[in-house]
Design a protein around this ligand. Structure first.
Ligand code: KG4
Ligand code: ZN
Length: 349
């Protein structure tokens, strides 16, 4: 009998639903919340309200697109952690209500594990064990995945996430939230070697991005005088703005180049230490064209097989929740209706 799962994702500012049959994605519907743009970041209360408005039509559309009826579902899955608690609650309550009304089992999914398993959606899948660089707005991790239901974080950021580095740089440049995709766009026409931002020296497989953010802040505040990174503010607000306007593409390309080199150097180290040659990326920042190109080129040089999810499976989506739930279903890994969502949760499984 085929296994049909409806999955719901609502951990941050995307309301998403997906239906998969035997691990094959039949629909993947996402409603993006535009309401946050003018605030320069996600406003939790507004996110919860938007999820409430979106969830019924989004689930309805995902079911219709898949051609599956509610009665044909074998389980309902939802993102249980981590995320904004108000946002998680909307998806969790909706999934629980459906499971109760339809008398179907409920599957709780960890959002970060789901990002990793987005790499199991295409036919061309990595072999186990594989390494995954997961880079999103809230996380930067190197994950060692030994089976669809066993994985371990072997390196992570000690401060900001890579997505935050992109978004905070964009904010300093006066660009709207989320700034990652805009930096990617402007970087395409810039010189990545024009400005040399420093690379942090962090031991082991961990990352740090907060120093980079500070150096960009000082760099912009000293704009126009020279390519300096120390605290000696010389530029007026007008000079700073003119400098940004005249050099936007080169600044974006140079910052992006540094973020990518920090990420790729740690992946190289992890691959060397573990001897693993199947290397994946995941998470919103894996939509970055420079990172995708750099991973492919590094992989070709190092003799790795690299796996890069399609764009729609990089940023938050419910298809990744559905594929993770499918493997949990095969292990009878169900939860009771008493389960609560959690803004933070241990990762290893
Ligand atoms: O995985 P995701 O959709 O949500 C979280 O779980 O955080 O990741 C969102 C992050 C944001 O920081 C956004 O700026 C970044 O992914 N992002 C990008 C690109 N597309 C999304 N960063 C750089 N280049 C992109 N093309
Ligand atoms: Zn995410």
């Amino acid at each position: 009998m085929p296994v049909t799962i409806l999955a719901i994702e609502s951990s941050c500012d995307e309301t998403a639903a997906s239906v998969c049959v035997d691990g094959r994605i039949l629909s993947n519907y996402i409603a993006t919340q535009k309401v946050h743009e003018k605030y320069g970041g996600v406003v939790p209360e507004l996110a919860s309200r938007a999820h409430l408005q979106n969830i019924v039509p989004v689930v309805d559309l995902a079911l219709k697109e898949s051609g599956c009826s509610m009665q044909s579902l074998d389980a309902i899955a939802f993102t249980q952690a981590p995320g904004l608690i108000g946002s998680l609650l909307v998806g969790a309550q909706f999934a629980k209500s459906m499971a109760l009304a339809l008398d179907k089992p409920l599957i709780a999914v960890h959002h970060m594990q789901a990002h990793v398993l987005a790499n199991l959606i295409p036919d061309d899948k990595p072999d186990f064990p594989f390494l995954c660089l997961t880079v999103s707005g809230g996380h930067t991790q190197i994950v060692l995945c030994t089976s669809p239901t066993t994985m371990k974080v072997i390196g992570e950021t000690i401060d900001d996430a890579a997505g935050e580095a992109f978004d905070k740089t964009a904010k300093l440049l006066g660009l709207p939230y989320p700034g990652g995709p805009l930096i990617d766009k402007y970087a395409a026409n810039g010189n990545p070697n024009r400005f040399a931002f420093p690379e942090p020296q962090i031991a082991g497989l961990n990352f740090s991005f907060s120093g980079l953010k500070t150096s960009i802040l000082y760099f912009l505040q000293n704009a126009g005088s020279s390519n300096v990174f120390k605290e000696a503010f010389t530029a007026t607000a007008e000079e700073k703005q003119r400098f940004i306007d005249e050099n936007l593409a080169d600044i974006c390309a140079s910052v992006q180049h540094r973020i990518i080199s920090i990420l790729i150097n740690k992946v190289k180290k992890a691959a060397k230490e573990t001897g693993i040659k199947d290397i994946c990326i995941a998470g919103g920042v894996s939509a970055n064209s420079g990172l995708r190109k750099a991973l492919k080129e590094t992989g070709d040089k190092m003799g790795w097989r690299t796996f890069i999810p399609a764009f729609e499976y990089c940023t938050d989506n419910a298809a990744m929740i559905a594929i993770t739930a499918y493997y949990k279903f095969l292990q009878n890994d169900f939860v009771s209706l008493n389960i609560s969502p959690s803004p933070r949760a241990a990762f290893d499984m």
